[in-house]
Design a protein around this ligand. Structure first.
Ligand code: C5P
Length: 235
């Protein structure tokens, strides 16, 4: 399977139809960098569904956000590594031992090109929610703390919101991979995204890969939508 992202667009395939996902990938694979398959897809179609998408030779970000005791995460990452995907993710709040177990499982395979990244704080949580769970840091400090834990534990990067890109990039350097959702062009429908950033601003701030779904999949002309995003980045 190909793990090279030829451009920064990771297309989010948020459907529970395998045929629809296959038809979109077949049509757009030469225009995008990769695709993101999430929990809904994985719980509907399992590893066989991932293998079906893999057949198109496009890098896959499998967004399962693992969070469990270290041995369970270790065994799960080992199983996922057999699928030969480009990016796997876990929750940083699973703690150092869990993160190290995930990194160990990834490291046990000869091909080290699968990237292991962490979710820090879900962007659906605000400071009030964070306090209610029992964390005393505000969201920014907590994001930095959890990104630092991920880096120390041998992970390659984090998923972060647009507003955190510069903060994390400045602190952890250019090799720490930032995967960023919530990307919209000026003219796009924001859907349920509250805080959005343009592709260019996100890349200029230090994003490495952009997760974009509906602006492309809901478009009447998805190839043109992709072209417009790539043009925006090059401006
Ligand atoms: O359609 P849209 O471009 O909003 O899709 C963005 C994708 O990124 C979705 O799969 C969504 O679940 C995911 N995501 C997000 N915001 C986060 C984390 C993930 O929109 N903070």
């Amino acid at each position: 399977m190909n793990k090279i992202f030829k451009n920064p667009i990771i297309l989010a395939l948020d459907f529970n139809s395998l045929t629809k996902a296959q038809s979109i990938v077949s049509d757009l694979r030469n225009h995008i960098g990769g695709v993101k398959l999430g929990m809904e897809f994985f719980n509907s179609f399992g590893p066989d569904g991932v293998k079906e998408i893999s057949k198109y030779g496009i890098p896959i970000f499998l967004d399962l956000k693992l969070h469990d005791i270290p041995v369970t995460v270790y065994k799960t990452v080992r199983k996922l590594m057999e699928l030969d995907i480009a990016i796997i993710n876990v929750h940083s709040s699973g703690g150092r031992e869990m993160l190290e177990a995930a990194a160990k499982a990834r490291g046990e395979f000869n091909d080290k090109s699968t990237k292991l990244i962490a979710v820090t704080v879900l962007t659906s949580l605000d400071n009030k929610d964070i306090k209610e769970i029992g964390f005393n840091d505000n969201s920014e400090d907590l994001v930095l703390r959890l990104a630092s834990l991920a880096k120390d534990s041998g992970l390659d990067g984090v998923v972060c919101s647009a507003k955190e890109i510069s903060l994390i990039k400045n602190k952890f350097g250019k090799n720490f991979i930032l995967v960023v959702p919530g990307i919209r062009l000026e003219e796009d429908n924001k859907n349920d995204q509250k805080r959005v950033m343009s592709p260019k601003k996100a890349i200029d701030a230090g994003a490495d890969l952009l997760v974009i779904g509906r602006p492309i999949t809901d478009s009447k002309d998805p190839k043109k939508a992709i072209d417009n995003i790539l043009k925006n980045i090059k401006q």
